[in-house]
Design a protein around this ligand. Structure first.
Ligand code: ADP
Length: 868
């Protein structure tokens, strides 16, 4: 081990559970050895050498005030960074580890999105607890799951919160299957925090200490939920970030309040992120919020649609009022845009290192609260809406008091350091005022010193100044140095001048230095006091922040609704149908001339099978329906001319294997796992959207699975279902199921051109459509005639014979039983394997989907082979 400064570095690093250590050395944070090489590489820092204990080590450093962006960059690249700070001791400096920074404990994020630290814990009784804490806002929630699929549901919940860092409980870490699933799917850092922190005793103590002794009982928390919360608290405390005081409230929530959305659905519907990076998801399309906190809340709403109609109606009332009161709405949005992120500021204010600018930002935001309230109460429509009660949550007196306290205390533009004074207004503290007065008197004496001395001693080139090494001095040019009086004592010789001091000046200087130190100390103490006072009001600031964010969300939904002529959905119980007139896709409509379509899913039909050629608009129709229901259940207006929505308890989707293949991730197994999940999870109150099922396997397997799934959804689950498929055979099935109906997306041919009309019409799609396209593309007449013939035979006789070769092989399709048999038509002789193989290919050929050119090639190939 090295000695000297590098030795100290290594000793601290050895005790820090981190990849990199930044150690303060005076005005810099330094990295040594491998750490220096790492940061030089990752952050483009200049590498130098440092001699220490007779050896030379690589060294890199950043100025103390510039650490934050480097810290952020390292953490975002996945490193755990330890920070050691320097402090004054009797005989010099010492350093100690002050923080471990990880994605979940990075307070200095510039991203407005929530940054959740999550814990997931399996209990001994099979229950699973999950907890989520956002240290940047102090938000802290827990819940737990029981029953057979508890782990799966808990993992789904983790996906909903999309944490940046996850602490799995000890038992879970030993379950390789679950751990793998978590790791693979969740895009976050996994940290195995000390097992001790998850223990029931330690966790209970941590929760009771933080949130009050009665919390566990009053919230009726399960043991794994307590364990998750306790581990999170312990981890945050151990990180040294110092924001525990901002975690003012633990909230337990019931996942059954929310619409179930599995991971696949969230991804398929592109709620908060798009499948292809860089695209526009639902949230991007509708987010008109003007504040970071509002945008965070809207994202949360989109992630957590609700089941409770009362909650939704209240939200819709607010949106409706703001849609109507457009002038008040824009005033409100203006005011909101002048506010800052109170929850985050509150979190920062609880840290000992908070600066005065944080408190000034809090003050400025609090100043906007009365204006926001006046805007709402001054408008008759708004004040008659439940927005009033949203504002009633604000403790106006407390807001005003805190605002006035801060306004009386702080200057408008305080420095970013808290150790050099300049923070407080006059009149805030008599002792401080006294110090400032005395300081001013003393400095006034110095200000007058130069003219006085010039005149008294007739020294034209005399000036008075101050610097770090010499303190205050009188400086006289060389031409006059001979004329200075005896009372001047020389302290320094320069090239063209000399510096002097006098007993009087020294005395004033001593006084000023003392006063300055006293002032800085006093301001620091006063600031600490004020900061603690504000930190104690973190709960108030968070609740005001939440109110402002809520208003921002409503105003955002209203602004978007008015601009795009969205309508208020009429919500009904889950037994009511989903009945949408003139529905549109909320994202596609922003960039495309959109053709609106109706949807009806109730008792009859409950299942609609949508057929139509590729690219006709099936997927869009399915997704727009799911998105309209989802929007209604976050309390938003919807893109339609009218909509009645029987609220759903879950939305489940899966999209075609081919679509996913293009994402390079799907196998048939994944497709089936998704289908399995839907069939297990959906209830009669759910909405299921299936965009192709069974495509990832051979035709007969695929159609059989799609068939069986359709029957199961229709007969057993009885949920509202939209099912797009290219299996035309299923349209016959649907004709026979009482609560199922066929629909298709229309297309026409005009002037040799196929036009997709994008309108959804009753009945199945024209099966010869693919051949039609083949015709338009110039496939030779004999081929398309034969194709038409084959199609007719398949449709009417469920049988077709293969021509050519020695024998004619007849294939019989029996859609009633889902079986197929082949016979050789001339009796006796055994089937020709060549013709058999061609027949198999013909049978499974997806006519409607193949590009015409390929279709031609295939038919030509069959002909060739039959000639042989
Ligand atoms: P499919 O699922 O049938 O292959 P898609 O739903 O992917 O077809 O739609 C194909 C294209 O048509 C997309 O670019 C989509 O934006 C556009 N589209 C679909 N429906 C409509 C509509 N109702 N109005 C306008 N454009 C639409």
């Amino acid at each position: 081990m090295a000695t000297g400064i590098v030795g100290e570095f290594q000793a601290i690093k050895a005790n820090a559970d981190a990849d990199v250590l930044a150690m303060q050395c005076g005005d810099f944070y330094e990295f040594f050895g491998e750490d220096a090489e790492l940061v030089a590489r990752e952050l483009d820092l200049k590498l130098s050498q440092k001699g220490s204990g007779g050896e030379s080590y690589p060294m890199a450093g950043v100025p103390v005030d510039d650490l934050t962006p480097y810290l952020r960059a390292l953490v975002e690249r996945g490193y755990r960074v330890a920070v050691a700070d320097q402090y004054q001791t009797e005989d010099g400096h010492a350093r100690e580890l002050t923080r471990i920074v990880t994605p979940g404990t990075l307070l200095e994020t510039t991203d407005d999105a929530a940054t959740y630290l999550a814990a997931i814990v399996t209990g001994r009784d099979g229950r699973v607890g999950v907890g989520f804490a956002d240290i940047t806002t102090g938000a802290f929630v827990v819940t737990s799951f029981a029953g057979e699929r508890a782990v799966e549901r808990a993992i789904t919940e983790c996906h909903r919160f999309d944490p940046v860092e996850l602490l799995p409980g000890p038992m879970l870490r030993e379950d390789p299957r679950i751990a793998m699933e978590l790791l693979d799917e969740l895009d976050c850092v996994r940290t195995d925090h000390e097992e001790r922190a998850f223990g029931p005793g330690a966790a209970r103590r941590a929760v009771a200490d933080q949130f009050g002794a009665e919390t566990i009982v009053s919230l009726d928390l399960s043991e794994p939920a307590v364990s998750a919360a306790g581990a999170l608290l312990d981890y945050v405390a151990a990180s040294g970030v110092g924001v525990l005081p901002a975690m003012t409230r633990l909230r337990r929530y019931d996942p059954d309040d929310f619409v179930d959305l599995d991971v696949t659905t969230r991804r398929n519907l592109e709620l908060t992120a798009t499948m292809v990076p860089g695209g526009e998801g639902l949230l991007d399309a509708i987010d008109r919020t003007t504040t970071a906190a509002g945008s965070r809340l809207l994202a949360e709403w989109v992630r957590t649609p609700r089941r409770d109609r009362e909650v939704l109606e209240a939200r819709l009332d607010c949106v409706a009022a703001l849609t109507e009161a457009s002038i008040a709405r824009s005033a409100l949005r203006d005011h909101l845009s002048d506010t800052r992120d109170l929850a985050r500021l509150a979190s920062r204010a609880t840290r000992e290192r908070a600066d005065a600018r944080t408190l000034v930002a809090i003050r400025q935001t609090l100043a906007m609260v009365p204006r926001v309230i006046e805007t709402v109460s001054g408008d008759p429509t708004l004040s008659a809406s439940p927005l009033r009660s949203v504002l009633d949550d604000v403790d106006r007196d407390a807001v005003e008091r805190l605002h006035d306290e801060l306004a009386e205390a702080l200057r408008d533009d305080p420095p970013s350091t808290v150790t050099e004074g300049g923070i407080f207004r006059q009149g805030y503290d008599p002792d401080l005022d006294d110090l400032i007065d005395r300081n001013e008197t003393a400095t006034a004496w110095i200000d007058e010193l130069a003219p006085r001395e010039r005149e008294r001693h007739d020294l034209t080139h005399l000036r008075v100044d101050r610097n770090r090494t010499d303190g205050y001095y009188l400086q006289v040019g060389n031409s006059e140095v001979e004329d200075v009086p005896d009372t001047y004592r020389e302290i320094k010789t320069l090239k063209n001048a000399k510096r002097f001091t006098t007993p009087e000046l020294e005395e004033h200087e001593r006084e000023i230095v003392q006063l300055e130190a006293a002032r800085a100390d006093l301001e620091y103490d006063l600031f600490e006091e004020l900061r603690t006072h504000v930190a104690d009001r973190a709960g108030l600031l968070q609740s005001v922040g939440q109110t402002l964010a809520t208003l921002d969300c409503y105003a955002s939904l209203a602004a978007h609704a008015s601009d795009h002529r969205w309508v208020r959905p009429v919500l009904g119980p889950s037994t009511d149908p989903i009945d949408i007139e003139g529905g549109r896709h909320p994202v596609v409509e922003t960039t495309t001339e959109f053709v609106p379509n109706d949807v009806y899913l109730g008792d009859d039909p409950r299942i609609v099978l949508v057929t139509g050629p590729n690219m006709s608009g099936k997927s869009t129709y399915l997704r727009q329906t799911a998105l309209i229901v989802l929007l209604a259940q976050i309390g938003s207006f919807v893109p339609a001319s009218a909509a009645r929505i029987g609220v759903v308890d879950g939305i489940y989707t899966r999209v075609g294997a081919l679509d996913e293949l293009s994402q390079g991730r799907s196998t048939f197994m994944v497709e089936m796992a998704e289908l399995a999940n839907i069939l297990h999870s959906a209830t009669a109150d759910s909405l299921v959207v299936l965009d192709e099922v069974g495509r990832g396997t051979a035709t007969y397997d695929g159609i059989s699975i799609a068939w069986a799934a359709t029957e199961y959804l229709h007969n057993e689950i009885r949920c509202a279902t939209l099912f797009a498929t290219h299996y035309h055979e299923l349209t016959d099935l649907v004709d026979r199921l009482p609560a199922a109906a066929n629909a298709h997306v229309a297309a026409t041919e005009r002037n040799d051109e196929v036009t997709f009309l994008r309108t959804v019409e009753p009945g199945p799609a024209d099966r010869s459509y693919g051949i039609h396209v083949a015709e338009l593309a110039g496939v030779p007449v004999p081929v398309r005639d034969r194709a038409r013939d084959v199609l007719t035979r398949l449709r009417e006789d469920h049988a077709v014979e293969a021509r050519g070769g020695d024998a004619t092989v007849q294939a019989v399709f029996d859609l009633g039983t889902g079986t197929m048999q082949t016979h050789t038509a001339d009796g006796g002789s055994s089937p020709d394997p060549n013709a058999e193989a061609i027949l198999d290919e013909l049978r499974s050929c997806p006519i409607a989907e193949l590009p015409p050119v390929e279709l031609v090639q295939r038919v030509a190939d069959w002909q060739d082979r039959l000639e042989d």
